[in-house]
Design a binder for this molecule. Sequence first.
Ligand SMILES: C[S@@+](CC[C@H](N)C(=O)[O-])C[C@H]1O[C@@H](n2cnc3c(N)ncnc32)[C@H](O)[C@@H]1O
Length: 451
Amino acid sequence: MVKKSQEYIVKIDTLNHQAQGIARIDGFVVFVDNVLIDEVVKIKIEEVKKEYAKAKLVEFLEKSPYRKDPECPYYHLCGGCHLMHAKYQHQLSLKKLLVEDAFRRIGKLSPKINDVIGMEKPFRYRNKTALPVGGDYKKPQIGFYKKMTHDIVDIDYCLIQHEFCDDVIKGMKEMIKKHKIEVYDERKHQGVLRHIVVRNSFAFDEMMLILVCAKVPENLEAIKKDILDKFPKIKSLYLNLNPKRTNVILGDEDILIWGSSTIKDKIGNLTFEISPKSFFQVNSVQTEVLYSQVVKYLRNIEAEVVFDIYSGIGTISMFIAPFCKKVYAIEIVEDAVEDAKKSSKNNSISNIEFICGCAEIEIPKLLKSGIIPQAVILDPPRSGCEKELLESLIEHKISNIIYVSCNPSTLARDANILYSGGYEILEVQPVDMFPQTFHVECVALFKKGYS
Ligand SMILES: C[S@@+](CC[C@H](N)C(=O)[O-])C[C@H]1O[C@@H](n2cnc3c(N)ncnc32)[C@H](O)[C@@H]1O
């Protein structure tokens, strides 16, 4: 019987999908943070539940040869990264294990899973971040949340963000003090400045800054002037109003207070317009690798008509457009569809039809109208695809499905639905879009087999 506050010596069997170590004490599962497979550690039990316990690492008795010192001084406090204590090649091996495990456990499948394609420089890769603001105007805090809490770890820099983000962290702290900007207190639902969202273009040195506020700050003009002086790379400055008591970062209303409504960035040779609410992959370098994999699968299929479902600002559509006759791009966010239309014009691409709507409604309509693609690309949010959408693809016997996913668990769940509907999984290619974290992106190729 595992007891709270008791110390044990355990060997770490494996890691779970959140990179927590799993050890067993007389068969009972115990989760431990910051450990690696095969490490022998002394732990202290902090919490005992019916099915598992959580423990704190007390001491290493045998360290993994794949362990390294984390480069970031905030690593053990901040909940943003989870694998910085593992050498990068080992992070990639672990992510492959996580994908295999998700397919086995959730999908009840064991497809061919390739090695994870990693980055040459696995730091400073992120083009977007949302920084919560805490403390008060005398001593503001800007950083990330501590794991599983809403306590802010106050930071001066972040090693996975673009360098401009460090300037914003430093500069905004000075500005909050100078202009006595009221910091939002989520417990009391009082105050003004809630989050600072930063988007940086790697290709064009452009920055979009979004001040997420519960109400319009009193001295907005003076703040704006200071921001423009402090951050010369700024191209677009927004005030986003979020008066609700909610964990959702952005509110409904975006007010452009200076500059352009979008910033531009590039993937490969293509240039894209990006609005505040539009999805854009956070790692521009690895996005090219990811999309090249989609193109590789698609070129083998030689599809004439393709559906790009969950198309965002049309990045995949524009990447694949040269290799097919017609692409139908379906996306729910209106601003993203408008960005996509602008970008396709700027990139001189004319064979994409952009449809703004809900995929699970629009796709069955298109299929019922007799438009049957030879290939479908799915790139849903973390929650995966709606079942009706997959059922409609199965019903219309779509020959090829290329599924891009940022969540192995929902990919495995949906793979099981497709498998039950007569699809084989030919291959899964994981790509590391999120070094130092447990997240991993995958591209999976499905082919209609038996019926
Ligand atoms: C992971 S992003 C992929 C975007 C794009 N394919 C890319 O690579 O940048 C998922 C996209 O699906 C959109 N989305 C979410 N739910 C949707 C739905 N039910 N129907 C259509 N689009 C949806 C989101 O707005 C987001 O742009």
